[in-house]
Design a protein around this ligand. Sequence first.
Ligand code: ADP
Length: 255
Amino acid sequence: MSEPIVRYQDVHKSFGDTEVLKGIDLDIKPAEKVAVIGPSGSGKTTIIRMLMTLEEPTSGDIIVDGTNLWHMEKNGSMVPANEKHLRQVRGDIGMVFQHFNLFPHMSILENCMTAPINVQKVEKQNAKKRSIEMLEKVGLGDKLDSYPDQLSGGQKQRVAMARALVMRPKIMLFDEVTSALDPELVGEVLEVIRDIAQEGEMAMVLVTHEMEFARDIADRILFLDDGVIAEQGPPMEVLENSTNERLQSFLHRFR
Ligand code: ADP
């Protein structure tokens, strides 16, 4: 058994008086592909935003590649464990959002080059080479000098993926990356994710409403319901054989 690359231990998260995560325990192995499904508001996005350190837990531990991201002060507040470690951990994780979040004033090549140069201190020519390779991989080798507003939604999302991948993360997070796309553009984005998944090296956590897709690429599906992992297991087990009534009624909406 390999050590998990990610471990959540009894993680709770409240916004004001509302507890949205109510004790999450979760280990993710290196190269494991995990799909997170569940009703809107169940806490899916919050789980992955915490991994990206965009939110801090209210209590509990989140350990990435052996580093605990937060620790609790005597007064009960959570603080980043150690800035240096945190920077390193952030470098291990890439995230793609629902709304692309590209830099509008930069060409797509520049969008990809900026983080390797500024964060990883990669030399410019090398960053350029890596970025071109990655943009070719997502099928945008002919658009290097285009600007985001000249691209379709599907193309923008593929740039966002290349931009995350160029950092060579150990873990990729995908937060409903097809939800904002016109239906005819969903396939091309899923296809790219499928290719990345098949290469196999990275752990991937995908929040998705695409059940067929989750079934195809995930090693494990988590059903999140009201802030807890209510069911988890291999895709067939979760999607076909679960007796959890809440899960069945959730899945019914996709049939
Ligand atoms: P999901 O991704 O499953 O739709 P989220 O993780 O986005 O769920 O949200 C879970 C709950 O937490 C929702 O009720 C949402 O309104 C609330 N929430 C999320 N982020 C914030 C925030 N920054 N401030 C207050 N409430 C939030």
